[in-house]
Design a protein. Structure first.
Length: 390
């Protein structure tokens, strides 16, 4: 059933499934459990815990998470065949709320080269798969893989049949990150306008970041009535990754004025969870990554630092504490100005005269020209010099 609040977006986290498909990011069952518990604390609505047929370890992970983790729906992925579906059903059966996520490719490229199946065969297999899953579980998600490259008339037909067969969430994957915001929005709009029964299911989006557009595509789909976003912490996932959970959640929160949509995520836990995932997988977060990167709340330019010291909203659209980062950082470097330097010197416990400060500022600029960043220890040394000078 769609959520009762029409403005509530379902956050479907697939860090433990699609995210784990990131080269170098595979996790053991203990690590998956640790992350699943943290995702539940974060307030996601659905955790896709794994692909149970993929390995005995993944089956056990999904089963253990289904048995232990309270709050979110626990989902297992399955290709559209009886063995996969039964295995996924077995893995999630002990969850308070379990889901089987069945997928089958629909695009001409996949039909012809990968599956070697006709349109009719695809429809029949999708219907059989959804019905079989529905016999095992009340909550069924269906994904026409490579939907963004599927002919619209055929996509419409397949998803309509999947709904008739019992799917409760209909997910539209941009499997290869081919879509652009306008294109993806037009697909979602078309499905919303033409598919019978679409208003009785949750319409979901699943975007990959091959063109760097996963978050933008997801937001464009929400504008057209999609109400579930599939995403991962730090945007990890196949190739260039998936929609970054922290980015889409903070976009909705920061631009509530525009979207009018909410999520159940406790945003103050975003940064700690980003760190935890990075620690578990060994995959570093790029320094300039939105929301959780080291530079996300760091300012170096003198004009920006001066503005920040006067009123932080001049150069900050979000508060670092709202994503779990302790404070804004004013990084001292060659672009920094007198105002930020004076503030740092005072914070470090030095009370210098205007003349001392002027001399220190000259020394600081000379040093900054030679270094990427000037640290507190450098400032302390410069300040001590000034005190000795007099
Ligand atoms: O990208 C994709 O198509 C997927 C499906 C399994 C939903 O990950
Ligand atoms: Zn995917």
């Amino acid at each position: 059933m769609p959520p009762t609040d029409p403005n509530r977006v379902v956050i479907f986290d697939t860090t433990l499934r699609d995210g784990e498909q990131s080269p170098g990011c595979s996790m053991n069952p203990g690590e998956k459990m640790e992350l699943a518990l943290a995702l539940a604390d974060l307030g996601v609505d659905v955790i896709e815990a794994g692909f149970p047929i993929a390995s005995p370890g993944d089956f056990e992970s999904v089963r253990a998470i289904a048995q232990k983790v309270q709050g979110p729906v626990i989902c297992g992925l399955a290709r559209c065949n009886p063995a996969d579906i039964d295995r996924a059903g077995e893995a999630v059966k002990d969850a308070a709320r379990g889901r089987i996520h069945v997928f089958l490719a629909t695009s001409a490229i996949h039909r012809e080269f990968k599956l070697k199946m006709t349109r009719e065969q695809i429809v029949a297999r999708a219907v059989d798969g959804v019905k079989r899953a529905r016999d095992l579980c009340a909550d069924i998600e269906f994904s026409p893989e490579d939907a963004a490259r599927t002919e619209l008339d055929f996509l419409t037909e397949v998803v309509e049949k999947a709904i008739e067969a019992g799917a409760t969430t209909l997910n539209i994957p941009d499997t290869v990150g081919y879509a652009t915001p306008q294109h993806y929005a037009s697909v979602i709009r078309h499905l919303k306008q033409t598919v019978r029964g679409v208003d009785n299911v949750v319409l979901s989006v699943h975007c990959h970041d091959d063109l760097g557009l996963a978050v933008a595509n997801s937001l464009s789909a929400l504008m057209e009535g999609a109400r579930q976003v599939e995403c991962t912490i730090n945007g990890i996932g196949e190739r260039a990754g998936n929609t970054a959970l922290e980015e889409v959640v903070m976009a909705l929160k920061t631009r509530q004025d525009f979207y009018g949509l909410t999520t159940g995520v406790n945003t103050r836990l975003l940064y700690p969870l980003s760190r935890k995932l990075s620690h578990v997988t060994g995959m570093a977060v790029q320094r300039n990554k939105a929301i959780v990167g080291q530079n996300a709340f760091a300012h170096e330019a003198g004009i920006h630092q001066d503005g920040m010291l006067k009123e932080r909203s001049t150069y900050e659209i979000m508060r670092p504490e709202d994503v779990g980062i302790a404070r804004t950082e004013l990084v001292l470097g060659k672009h920094s100005g007198r105002h930020a330097l004076k503030q740092r010197v005072t914070d470090l416990g030095y009370h210098l005269t205007d003349e001392q400060l002027n001399r220190l500022f000259d020394e600081f600029k000379k040093l900054a020209d030679k270094k990427k960043e000037v640290y507190d220890a450098d400032i302390e040394a410069l300040a001590e010099n000034q005190l000795q000078f007099d």
